[in-house]
Design a protein around this ligand. Structure first.
Ligand SMILES: NC(=O)c1ccc[n+]([C@@H]2O[C@H](COP(=O)([O-])OP(=O)(O)OC[C@H]3O[C@@H](n4cnc5c(N)ncnc54)[C@H](OP(=O)(O)O)[C@@H]3O)[C@@H](O)[C@H]2O)c1
Length: 290
């Protein structure tokens, strides 16, 4: 039995769909079984559990052979990863854990809390004695779908400096995950998942402008102004500070490296940002919510 956590989210929902396309039975961990996605068929068993509730995780992981461990960005995300790993140990069946982390998890950059949380989860996993694989994706192309208001106004405002980032399509992350979950020989591997090229945010703005129909100009926002803006808009401080830290990594050029792991795992090249933008033109224009 393959158990997928974070199953209703950006990546997890695509993993569930990909596993079903391969005829796999899936147990999907959800918080609310009354709100499961409409597309799930009888091959998906939705089980209610919460990363903060170990007893619920014990029930959700019973009988698991493989677990896709994806937690949401949250101040306690490191503990959440550790809770799932501990519950997997308690099953007594040594399930294989595929940890969804973030690019850089193997380089352990200082002062980037989102990555640090995954480093803590990774260390806990290695100590657990469970067989493991780590997927370490770079930032998702899909993040730009949340920037439609700025794009409509012809601007991309981010504290990303001039550094290039090898963003990746969340669909490629999911396809790579399905290959690892259903294949053999991945134990002890850390796969870094990126797109086919590093692009700075000026180039990204140009490509976005090309599909939304109005030129989009990138402004490299001062990190202090970006933080003040997010806090002013009501963002929780932990998350806003974390994003500024992450964009600091981008600005320093530390997220620009291109990996061949998507192609090695899926057997086809990673999708380019241009392909993603063209396919999501309507959503990027704010014309629909897909
Ligand atoms: N965004 C990026 O660019 C990026 C890049 C690299 C790595 N990552 C990593 O990717 C992960 C996020 O993936 P995503 O964007 O696919 O996630 P997402 O769309 O935010 O979805 C989060 C999932 O976690 C579930 N969830 C939230 N809190 C939970 C809890 N307390 N107990 C059980 N389930 C809970 C949600 O379920 P509900 O339906 O119940 O809300 C949902 O299925 C993070 O670990 C992040 O560090 C993100």
């Amino acid at each position: 039995m393959i158990v997928v956590t974070g199953a209703t989210g950006t990546v997890g929902s695509k993993i569930v769909a990909g596993l079903r396309e391969r005829g796999q039975q899936v147990r999907a961990l959800v918080r609310d079984t009354a709100a499961v996605p409409a597309g799930w068929d009888a091959g998906v068993e939705a089980v209610a559990a919460d990363f903060a509730d170990p007893a619920s995780l014990d029930a959700a992981l019973a009988g698991a052979e493989v677990v896709y461990l994806l937690v949401a960005v949250h101040p306690e995300m490191a503990e959440h990863e550790q809770n799932v790993i501990d519950a997997a140990v308690r099953t007594g069946r040594l399930p294989r854990i595929v940890l969804h982390a973030a690019a850089g998890v193997d380089q352990r950059p200082e002062g980037v809390r989102f990555v640090a949380a995954h480093v803590a989860g990774f260390d806990h996993l290695v100590k657990s004695g469970l067989p493991w694989t780590v997927l370490a994706p770079n930032g998702f192309y899909q993040n730009f779908l949340g920037m439609t208001e700025d794009l409509k106004a012809g601007r991309l405002l981010l504290p990303g400096g001039t550094g290039a980032v090898s963003y990746v399509d969340a669909r490629d992350v999911a396809d790579a995950a399905v290959a690892v979950l259903t294949g053999a020989g991945h134990e002890g591997a850390v796969y870094t998942l990126t797109g086919p090229q590093g692009l700075d945010h000026g180039r990204i703005a140009e490509q976005l402008g090309g599909v939304v129909g109005t030129p989009v100009a990138y402004t490299a926002v001062d990190p202090r102004d970006a933080l003040a803006g997010m806090l002013g808009a009501g963002w929780p401080a932990w998350r806003a500070e974390g994003l500024v830290e992450l964009y600091g990594l981008y600005a320093a050029g530390l997220a620009s490296e291109v990996s061949a792991d998507v192609e090695a795992l899926t057997g086809r090249p990673a999708r380019s940002f241009a392909e993603f933008a063209a396919e999501h033109a309507a959503a990027l224009r704010g014309a629909d919510a897909s």
